[in-house]
Write a protein that binds this ligand. Structure first.
Ligand code: C5P
Length: 291
């Protein structure tokens, strides 16, 4: 469906890519979810959402962009679900025509769907001038997915519980850091990766400094993700050994891995080398978003 031309009523949001600098899985809960301790950061880049208000109550969604063909615009789409959730909360039928430009790979551990849902909540709250308490917004967000509450704020934070307990957690030297995101072109199922976790609690996350995050932080989902998609091991290997590298690790349930560098120039050199050796891998050069 064609969208209205750019006009004064158009609003824009970025669905910032989410990265788990460390993700410690502590226990499997009775409800099937896992108790986590994770330091979330966000990239300066992400998917792009635009919307204009309509007065017929309909939510129209079109999807484009480099990864747009991997997604359906139907009722199961998280953008659509977020819009419906906000409509239900309002109890009225304000409408919107939304365009999602999918820049991030789908099902890739950097929050694509969760970030899109959170950005939709932010975007429509502005578009419809919604007054909603932070706690109520967080409740709507959690219903959409475990990572969605953290994505609403999109700032560096410590996340616990199944994803609903959030604490701003600045780490000296982290915000603004050069960050390379690399995806090997395979999608992995979050539920399958969590199910493959060996249920061994390897201990709490100490995120008091970048140094402890690097030395003692882990992503406990790397092993089950590699079991599902062995190319992730190759990808982690390809990120090692570059000048200026501070940390290379998998994000979320994979398959995207990230690498932090001590300068933009070091990141650019590494990006060039990795892309030259792996033409079909998706690579994004970005930075950790500063609140
Ligand atoms: O909450 P969300 O729908 O994004 O989670 C997708 C799947 O990931 C869940 O169905 C569950 O299998 C797994 N998950 C988990 N523990 C968490 C978050 C997600 O087991 N804390």
């Amino acid at each position: 469906m064609p969208h209205p031309d750019l006009d004064a009523g158009l609003m824009i949001e970025t669905a910032y890519a989410k990265v788990n600098v460390a993700l410690h899985v502590r226990a499997r809960r009775d409800d099937g979810y896992h108790a986590l301790e994770s330091l979330f950061v966000f990239a300066e880049h992400g998917d792009r959402l635009t919307a204009v208000a309509t007065d017929d109550g309909a939510i129209d969604l079109v999807i484009d962009g480099p990864f747009g063909s991997g997604l359906e615009a139907g009722p199961d789409n998280l953008v659509m679900k977020a819009a419906r959730a906000l409509q239900a909360y309002l109890g009225d039928q304000r409408g919107a025509a939304i365009r999602l430009t999918k820049i991030l790979p789908v099902a890739s551990g950097i929050g694509g769907g969760s970030a899109d849902a959170a950005a939709t909540l932010r975007l429509l709250a502005r578009l419809w001038d919604v007054r909603i308490e932070a706690e109520e917004l967080a409740g709507l967000a959690l219903d959409l997915g475990s990572d969605v509450p953290a994505c609403v704020a999109s700032v560096t934070q410590m996340v616990t519980g199944r994803g609903e307990r959030l604490r701003p957690h600045p780490v000296e030297g982290l915000d603004g850091m050069a960050m390379l995101l690399v995806n090997p072109g395979v999608g992995v199922s979050t539920a399958q990766v969590f199910n493959g976790w060996d249920r061994a609690d390897r201990g709490p996350l100490d995120a008091t400094s970048l140094k402890t995050l690097v030395a003692q932080g882990r992503n406990d989902l790397e092993a089950p993700a590699i079991a599902a998609a062995p190319v992730i091991a190759q990808l982690l290997g390809a990120l090692e050994g570059h000048d200026g590298l501070v940390l290379a690790r998998m994000s979320g349930s994979g398959a995207t891995c990230f690498a932090l560098f001590d300068s933009d120039a070091a990141m650019a050199d590494a990006a060039m080398a990795v892309q030259a050796a792996h033409r079909d891998w998706w690579i994004m050069e970005t930075r950790i978003r500063t609140a």
